[in-house]
Design a protein around this ligand. Structure first.
Ligand SMILES: CC(C)(COP(=O)(O)OP(=O)(O)OC[C@H]1O[C@@H](n2cnc3c(N)ncnc32)[C@H](O)[C@@H]1OP(=O)(O)O)[C@@H](O)C(=O)NCCC(=O)NCCS
Length: 139
């Protein structure tokens, strides 16, 4: 498996093949793809860069989506390789942190962030229900 920066052609292929990704994959940003020996995209992640709200002199990369398409390809470390590439790029670009959001029921996602040494900060609503978690990695 090769992990590399994706280009516009890769983005178009992902959007055409998996149309639901248009909800989380936008223009610009940082696209990382995992490609197999036949150059087929098996998974991807996409982050946007922004000034950290409040501390606007610091920037962060926020991973908006990460997915390994085929269930049979999951739990083989591909998700972690994608995250490590984001961390590498964020470090090279002077980012303070890398962050992501995961839904409350998504155990695989929570485990993925934990495995990659992200902190997990659950978010509660006014009724004290946990809605999900922010995951953060300090560069
Ligand atoms: C989340 C996702 C990207 C992880 O990719 P991956 O290639 O499986 O990630 P990795 O193999 O690097 O690590 C996953 C870890 O979670 C664990 N895990 C996965 N599913 C799990 C489950 N249902 N219960 C407990 N642990 C689970 C794996 O065992 C592994 O940890 P380990 O190596 O210590 O055993 C993948 O599951 C996926 O595409 N899910 C659907 C999309 C999604 O939910 N994206 C996240 C949105 S924030």
């Amino acid at each position: 498996m090769t992990i590399k920066l994706g280009n516009e052609e890769d983005k178009k292929w992902i959007l055409d093949t998996y149309p639901y990704t248009s909800q989380v994959l936008y223009e610009g940003g940082i696209l990382i793809v995992a490609v197999d020996d036949e150059k087929k995209i098996k998974g991807f992640s996409w982050a946007f860069r922004r000034n950290i709200p409040i501390l606007t002199e610091y920037i962060e990369d926020f991973i908006n989506v990460i997915e390994v398409f085929d269930k049979s390809e999951r739990c083989k470390g591909i998700g972690s390789l994608l995250i490590q590439k984001h961390i590498e790029i964020a470090r090279e670009n002077g980012c303070y942190q890398v962050r992501a959001y995961c839904d409350v029921g998504n155990i695989a996602s929570h485990k993925l962030w934990l495995k990659n040494k992200f902190t997990i900060s659950p978010i509660k609503n006014e009724q004290d229900q946990v809605l999900g978690s922010y995951a953060a990695y300090k560069i």
